[in-house]
Design a protein around this ligand. Structure first.
Ligand code: NAD
Length: 462
């Protein structure tokens, strides 16, 4: 996009926000309904675009993108009027008579920067929250999913209010121009390295922001778990999206007595889901680009493959792969894998597994398979992460009532449901006081007796 046109569009959005229309309840509802219509009417085009970008199946796209987004919109539509309500607060006797309340207010024109791996979900779920909270929005989808990015730009321009919501496509150059501008709020999803740059740019304008980042999400399989179910769920969550999910289990920590059994069950699950040759499965996605493919190939080359390990650069195909003999110093354990390679590490005591998890930065998610309530409580108590899911994976991010976000290096801030509405709102306090009575006690000069009386009033009636 031409620079001049971009500034013109931003000016239009600012004007729209200043007009106050986006604060209107009716406008918010109409835009959410329009977005719902886009997701319904363009379902096939969306599935085709994601398939062209990295070979994901229509069923997976429905589950993780359009289906999820539609439920997020339904949840917002059901609750938005209660979220928007002002909150009355009680007033200490000394400040009577008065009325005090605070209400959620939109930030203005917000910037949403999406990652490529769930190209619709990661741009539109924050947009749902931003609209519900009454903001205008600029959306910058990732250039690494070009078909999805183009469809977002084209589709939203037809369905949504163009004077308030714009998609700006482009790569690093465009995003740098965008970030030089002042926004009311920045919502970024992506890698830690880029997150740092975005935070740096936000600091120049003192813009508040949310960072939804990645990391290494561990999955503990404890002695008491049902291994067949655990294996099926782990394999499903890991190889969904071709392993390119921020919330995917990055590595598995299994009790040493159950390791062999778990490995066998996981191999069986891979064959059940994707057949003997996953390359032929219509449900198995590809790696997004050749740079990412090569990064994963390098990890693979230095690892001990237990199952899978096949690849083809022409198709950017890497089969669902399980790695064994991994230690904490192996190259695969040095950073987020973000691909279909799953290291399995055995532990002896639960405390060992917890020590491994605590030695890493707090992950976005922590998973545990255990039928023992004490173990479940202990793992939740003795660990830190953005979220936890017990006896399953990923679904903590699908419940609209649960805030979704990271901690420390996996990000900060949260969204989904009410948490998203709160993220895109600030709380404005309003105090209303009558002009009378107007006792002289608070005004100088403060004589000795006045000061004593003030002290007593403040001590006993505040
Ligand atoms: P990325 O950081 O490379 O790109 C994310 C976005 O930032 C893209 O839109 C890109 O155009 C933009 N960008 C690139 N360079 C930039 C710069 N210098 N300044 C500002 N913006 C810039 O991430 P990605 O490869 O798209 O996604 C993978 C990463 O995202 C993984 O680490 C994954 O864990 C993480 N992720 C996190 C979540 C979450 O919800 N926490 C969800 C999905 C992905």
């Amino acid at each position: 996009m031409q620079k001049d046109q971009f500034f013109l569009e931003l000016a239009v959005l600012r004007e729209t926000f200043e007009s106050g229309i986006t604060r209107d309840f009716g406008w918010r509802i109409s835009q959410l309904l329009a977005l719902q219509k886009f997701l319904l009417e363009c379902q096939k085009e969306i599935a085709a675009a994601v398939h062209l970008d990295f070979g994901k199946s229509a069923a997976e796209t429905f589950l993780t993108e359009t289906g999820y987004l539609r439920s997020e919109i339904r949840f917002a539509l059901r609750h938005i009027s209660s979220w928007m309500k002002p909150h009355r607060v009680s007033i200490p006797l000394i400040y009577q008579p008065s009325k005090a309340s605070y209400s959620p207010e939109p930030y203005g024109v917000v910037l949403i920067i999406g990652a490529w791996n769930y190209p619709f979900n990661l741009s539109l779920a924050p947009l749902i929250s931003a609209i519900a909270a009454g903001n205008c929005a600029v959306i910058k989808p990732s250039e690494h999913a070009p078909h999805s990015s183009a469809l977002l730009a084209e589709g939203l321009s037809h369905y949504l209010d163009q004077s308030a919501i714009r998609v700006i496509e482009g790569g690093v150059e465009e995003i740098k121009e965008l970030l030089a501008e002042r926004f009311g709020y920045i919502f970024f999803t992506g890698s830690r390295a880029v997150g740092r740059e975005v935070m740096h740019a936000a600091a120049r304008h003192l813009t508040p922001l949310t960072l939804e980042l990645g990391g290494k999400c561990p999955c503990i399989v404890e002695e008491s778990s049902d291994l067949r179910v655990a294996a099926r769920r782990i394999v499903w969550a890991k190889f969904l999206n071709g392993g390119q999910t921020c919330l995917a289990p990055d590595y598995v920590l299994v009790h040493e007595k159950r390791e062999v059994e778990l490995l066998a069950c996981m191999r069986e699950a891979i064959t059940d889901f994707y057949g003997d040759d996953p390359r032929l499965s219509p449900d198995y996605p590809r790696i997004v680009n050749i740079e990412q493919f090569q990064r994963l190939e390098n990890i693979l080359a230095g690892s001990l493959v237990w199952s899978g390990g096949k690849s083809d650069p022409g198709e950017r195909y890497i089969s669902p792969t399980i790695l064994r003999g991994v230690t904490l110093t192996s190259s695969v354990m040095q950073s987020e894998i973000f691909g279909p390679l799953l290291p399995v590490i055995a532990y002896g005591e639960l405390s060992e597994a917890l020590d491994i998890i605590r030695s890493e930065d707090a992950p976005l998610a922590l998973y545990l398979f255990s039928s023992d309530q004490d173990v479940q409580d202990r793992v939740v108590r003795d660990s830190r992460s953005g979220g936890v899911c017990i006896n399953d994976l990923l679904f903590q991010a699908a419940i609209p009532g649960l805030p979704f976000g990271g901690l420390g290096k996996s990000g900060f801030g949260a969204y989904h449901g009410k948490a998203g509405f709160d993220t895109f709102s600030f709380q404005r306090s309003v105090l209303r006081r009558p002009l009378y009575p107007d006792p002289g006690l608070r005004y100088p000069p403060y004589s000795w007796w006045k000061f004593m009386l003030l002290k007593r009033l403040v001590t006993f009636f505040q």
